[in-house]
Design a protein. Structure first.
Ligand SMILES: Cc1cc2nc3c(=O)[nH]c(=O)nc-3n(C[C@H](O)[C@H](O)[C@H](O)COP(=O)(O)O)c2cc1C
Length: 185
């Protein structure tokens, strides 16, 4: 069984990215699972908080990443880059720096995202790349999934209603799971 963890980078109740992640949980290939994680409850990074003790939400997310065979970041795009709230969560997971290898080192990561605009988070996804490289992840580049004009892709309940996007998502997930399972990994 291959166990992936998906993290939505949006706190919005009606988030397209959280909806995309929920849809992904239902499109996983056989013998694989995708658990859903949230960045809710993670405070703004502050070293003074760190020295007092790691917040429970940080420890919980970190443990979930460590337990996963691979991690799927589902990222919004803010001002042609990655959202600060999402980056803040990843920054917390990279503390203390002595833990970076255990949490991120060699771990497969993939990125998808949905945006209201026409480019479907292409610039946000690109902005994540130096972060994932810095942390020593194995960022998978064998597939891409950008979901533009998300208002047309999800219905009012947040269900993925676009069959073509669903198929792209299914193929992306199959490719990422194959990468996670690659021989020698
Ligand atoms: C601060 C901010 C900046 C944004 N910048 C972009 C952008 O650069 N490109 C884009 O396509 N959408 C942009 N948007 C619109 C988002 O795509 C839209 O709010 C989307 O719903 C966010 O993802 P979510 O639904 O998962 O919360 C921006 C939204 C906010 C709040």
């Amino acid at each position: 069984m291959t166990k992936l963890l998906g993290i939505s980078g949006s706190l919005r109740r009606g988030s397209y990215n959280s909806a995309l992640l929920r849809a992904a949980t239902r499109l996983m290939p056989p013998d694989s699972t995708l658990a859903v994680a949230s960045i809710r409850g993670i405070p703004l990074y502050d070293y003074d908080i760190e020295v007092q003790g790691f917040p429970a939400a940080v420890t919980q997310l970190k443990d979930a990443v460590v337990a996963a065979d691979g991690v799927l970041l589902v990222t919004p795009e803010y001002n042609n880059s990655l959202p600060g709230v999402f980056k803040n969560a990843i920054d917390w997971l990279a503390r203390p720096s002595a833990d970076i290898k255990r949490v991120f080192g060699g771990r497969p990561f993939a990125i998808i995202g949905a945006s209201a605009g026409a480019f479907g988070t292409i610039l946000s996804q690109t902005a994540w790349l130096p972060v994932l490289r810095t942390l020593g992840t194995q960022a998978w580049s064998g597939g891409r999934l950008m979901v533009p004009r998300a208002a047309n892709v999800f219905d009012e309940s947040g269900a993925l209603k676009d069959a073509a996007v669903a198929e792209q998502l299914r193929q992306f997930l199959a490719g990422f799971v194959s990468f996670v399972r690659r021989p020698g990994a």
